[in-house]
Design a protein around this ligand. Structure first.
Ligand SMILES: Cc1cc2nc3c(=O)[nH]c(=O)nc-3n(C[C@H](O)[C@H](O)[C@H](O)COP(=O)(O)OP(=O)(O)OC[C@H]3O[C@@H](n4cnc5c(N)ncnc54)[C@H](O)[C@@H]3O)c2cc1C
Length: 486
């Protein structure tokens, strides 16, 4: 049985106002999560409602769906999203079957979520409606042009200024918040790979993939420096078609006008997929950039925090990009549900950073690996990849599990990535560290002294920002701002 509840979570006894810059998935999810625990949330989004919504596919892994179920959005999701259990792997040029992965009920039970696919716009609408219903204010056509973190204030393109107790930078890879926290504008380095994102009418699904579409399956094809991800969306009437291939050197991002004819970029594909390629709408080109991990997600003045793509840009189209953005909002809200005094704000923001950095670093590194694994240029390693899958596929085994059941890499992934419950982790932090600090401060307020008789030392020795929260993932090493030369 999947995790589902919409019970009222712990409410803050000290409501404050959060000013969220950027109304994408991270901004909306964060606003909803904060409202659920009793804080005020105002979202400022530069686009109008229509352009802020993407008209292509998005995949939701179990670690994300379980949060949305906790928030009471299960039935809203079920109306729009398809539950997917199967991934089918094939070669790009010939379409030869390599193998498949079927997530069994037992495996999913462990994660307390499900895999779902839907359109970005559909997820956007679900979160938008839930956040407004919960009392969040969401303003479109409100572009932030300046951020003054010390004054906790932003200036809009219209000249209007808006302030809040805490500023949340949810404005993505290219928004202004990231530059404010880093101290300068950085763009990330192009990797030579781009994703071309579009939709195709469902009627062009070739006969050999009818069954896969019926199962809401995801089709993955590996080529020479190219790859395809395709899955049904929009009540199976459309196919999300995401093509990874050489970047032609332009600069593109989600939300740009579709400009690339798919026939030009996917010409050497399996002839059976030609109807899809010929009838796809023009694709949006999204440059895949590599970014160094940020050392700090909290601005020096302690009142601007980054979440989602602004904190950790993911390769486009990867399954965990959206999940990490929603997890960020969920964790921030869980921590701030314990807010009882103004003085706790800064330490909660640093706790958020300490909790989220190890998780997002390891997941992002693995998603980068996956994108390049799929679109690996032809070489000995790609031959081994295909052969390995083919061998398992011929035996009827799940190709991602390596045939070893519980001992396999897939099980590790299920436990550490899909099985992770970010809200539980935030609760654990409070029990292990937050309460401890409150008790230490309480004792100090009651006149308890440190062993040298200095009450102030007892509190300063308790440096929150120095904590390393224990989570199961291995953190990749952070670089400092000085190492930034992207
Ligand atoms: C229009 C759009 C369509 C997308 N479509 C897909 C898709 O089909 N499939 C998929 O897998 N992923 C898609 N994505 C990416 C996906 O949303 C992200 O990978 C992930 O969910 C994390 O989102 P985020 O909210 O952190 O960042 P983003 O999705 O980048 O959202 C950031 C938001 O901040 C806003 N913003 C930026 N600068 C400012 C400013 N100065 N003032 C106010 N607001 C600002 C942006 O307009 C945007 O709405 C899309 C993103 C966008 C913006």
């Amino acid at each position: 049985m999947s995790a589902e509840s919409s019970s009222t979570p712990l409410q803050t006894v000290h409501p404050i106002s959060f000013l969220i810059i950027g109304g994408g998935i991270a901004g909306l999810a964060c606003a909803l999560a904060l409202r659920r625990v009793g804080h005020h949330a105002l979202v400022l989004e530069r686009h109008d409602m229509k352009s802020a919504r993407g008209d292509s596919g998005i995949r939701l892994p179990p670690n994300l769906t379980k949060i949305l179920f906790h928030w009471g959005l299960r039935s809203a999701l079920k109306e729009k999203a398809l539950i997917s259990h199967t991934i089918l792997f094939a070669t790009y040029e010939s379409g030869d079957y390599l193998g498949s992965q079927v997530w069994s009920q037992d495996v999913l039970k462990e994660t307390r979520g499900v895999f779902m696919v839907l359109k970005h716009a559909e997820l956007y609408d679900i979160l938008y409606e839930a956040a407004t219903r919960a009392g969040a204010q969401i303003r479109h056509n409100a572009e932030v042009v300046e951020i003054d973190a010390s004054e906790r204030e932003v200036t809009l393109a219209s000249g209007e200024t808006v302030s809040g107790d805490v500023l949340v930078g949810a404005d993505g890879e290219y928004g202004p918040s990231r530059a404010v926290v880093i101290g300068k504008q950085v763009r990330g380095s192009p990797t030579g790979l781009a994703m071309y994102d579009t939709l195709v009418p469902g009627k062009y699904v070739p006969p050999h993939l009818f069954k896969l579409r019926e199962q809401n399956g995801v089709y993955v094809a590996f080529g020479d420096g190219r790859a395809i991800l395709a899955y049904p969306v929009g009540n199976k009437e459309e196919i999300a078609f995401q093509f990874y291939g050489p970047d032609d050197g332009g600069d593109g991002k989600f939300g740009d006008a579709p400009s690339m004819p798919v026939i030009d970029i996917a010409s050497k594909v399996d002839p059976r997929l030609q109807p899809i390629v010929k009838n796809a709408r023009k694709a949006t080109r999204i440059t895949i950039r590599d970014h160094n991990d940020l050392e700090d997600w909290v601005e020096d003045d302690g009142r601007l925090v980054l979440i989602g793509e602004a904190a950790h840009p993911f390769p486009p189209g990867t399954i965990q990009a959206t999940a990490m953005a929603v997890e960020d909002g969920a964790v921030l809200a869980k921590l701030f549900s314990h807010l009882s005094e103004e003085r706790q704000i800064e330490s909660f923001l640093y706790a958020f950073q300490e909790l989220r950095q190890p998780r997002t670093r390891s997941v992002r590194a693995s998603e980068f690996g996956n994108a390049f694994f799929m679109a690996m240029p032809a070489c000995e390693q790609s031959r081994q990849r295909d052969e390995g899958m083919r061998m398992l596929g011929e035996k009827g085994l799940n190709v991602l599990e390596g045939g070893d059941g519980e001992a396999s890499g897939a099980w590790d992934e299920i436990r550490t990535v899909f099985g992770y419950d970010c809200e539980d982790e935030a609760d654990d932090w409070w029990v292990q560290w937050g309460l401890l600090r409150e008790r230490a401060l309480g004792r100090q307020a009651d006149g308890e002294e440190d062993e040298d008789g200095d009450p102030a030392a007892a509190s300063s020795a308790f440096d929150f920002s120095a904590f390393t929260v224990q989570v199961s993932e291995i953190a990749t090493e952070a670089v400092s701002e000085h190492d930034y030369d992207e």
